[in-house]
Ligand binder design. Structure first.
Ligand code: NAI
Length: 338
């Protein structure tokens, strides 16, 4: 017989990933559902009680993923859509998660993906603007620093851009920072949350360890090492997969985690705060109008953009290195969209 605690753990396998509040009708679409991220992300969203309906789209393979995932014994309905059914896939959706596009191979930067992914993301955003103009859009496709401005400009052209409803998913950087810090200080990740600001690529990823009770004690070589690992953790995965792609499973986890946070906010839960890359006034005077910081999520999406807070001297240096690179990445996205 299973011990009572084990039964409880089995009965609530996703309780650590998802917390649920009021259940509403919430249809979520995944565009790129057949891919390395899309498949496990679809599975995790199927196990989120806040998702009432799941719409899976890809240019290949989505109906198969949908048939598979739909047998999981949770309440949501799952439908798969083929390449020519994008509009149907988007009908009535409240949240659109986009992991469509090519991933990195060893030696590539996220910016190397620009040429392929820019047009994929633009075309998908055009369809969202047409069919589900009020949907919240969560962009996973890299380079996030450029693809988010592309989506914004595409929606703007269509006359439906609402900055409160567009998010670049930087949650994997937060998840990595939290996990790596826990390892360094010998604590549980639940006790070592780290705020990560800036963007989502190498030097634009700025972890604020000084704002964490465990992180502020990490100094010297250990500090340099953990910052490098947070900024370039994605490369570890690309290298280990040896040509087979980049992070998919941890990214699916991060994508599902962010989606759950947004749904909790949309359902009226108060105090849901997490870093995400959004249209932001914080550095707009320097020509950088998208930036990741802690954002409070609420019934309208972005409820409040938090300031970056106090930085250590090292973090100020990291931020100084981030800003010009981020500015370039944003401009590249805007130029493409124009
Ligand atoms: P993958 O190649 O395994 O899957 C991509 C999927 O997108 C494929 O199934 C493909 O058929 C589909 N696709 C391509 N064009 C499409 C279109 N026009 N409409 C719908 N679907 C389309 O790639 P993976 O590993 O899933 O990565 C996807 C993206 O996520 C990459 O750009 C990658 O760099 C990015 N990524 C982002 C992270 C983040 O932290 N934001 C972390 C890891 C990856």
């Amino acid at each position: 017989m299973l011990a009572r605690s084990a039964v409880r753990a089995l009965a609530a396998p996703s309780s650590r990933l998802f917390s649920s509040s009021a259940a509403r009708n919430t249809k979520v679409a995944v565009l790129g559902a057949g891919g390395g991220i899309g498949q496990p992300l679809s599975l995790l969203l199927k196990s989120d009680p806040l998702v009432t309906s799941l719409s899976l789209y890809d240019i290949r393979g989505a109906p198969g993923v949908a048939a598979d995932v739909s047998h999981v014994d949770t309440g949501s309905e799952v439908t798969g859509y083929a390449a020519d059914q994008l509009d149907q896939a988007l009908e009535g959706v409240k949240v659109v998660v986009i992991p469509a596009g090519v991933p990195r191979k060893p030696g590539m930067t996220r910016d190397d993906l620009f040429n392929t992914n820019a047009s994929i993301v633009r075309d998908l955003a055009t369809a969202v603007a047409r069919v589900a103009p009020e949907a919240h859009i969560l962009v996973i496709s890299n380079p996030v620093n450029s693809t988010v401005p592309i989506v914004a400009a595409t929606l703007e052209k269509a006359g439906v851009f609402n900055p409160a409803r567009l998010f670049g998913i930087t949650t994997l950087d937060v998840v990595r920072a939290t996990r790596f810090l826990a390892g360094v200080v010998g604590a549980q990740p639940a006790d070592t949350p780290v705020t990560v600001i800036g963007g989502h690529s190498g030097p634009t990823i700025v972890p604020l360890l000084s704002q964490s009770s465990h992180g502020k004690g990490v100094t010297g070589e250990a500090y340099e090492k953990i910052v490098h690992r947070i900024q370039f953790g994605g490369d570890e995965v690309v290298k280990a997969k040896d040509g087979a792609g980049s992070a998919t499973l941890s990214m699916a986890y991060a994508g599902a985690k962010f989606t759950n946070s947004l749904l909790r906010g949309l359902n009226g839960e108060k105090g849901v705060v997490t870093p995400t890359f959004v249209k932001s006034p914080l550095f707009a005077d320097q020509g950088i109008d998208f930036f990741a910081t802690n954002v409070e999520l609420g019934v309208n999406g972005v409820e409040k953009i938090h300031p970056i807070g106090a930085l250590s001297a090292e973090e100020q240096k990291l931020l100084d290195a981030c800003l010009p690179e981020l500015k370039k990445n944003i401009a590249k996205g805007k130029d493409f969209a124009a």
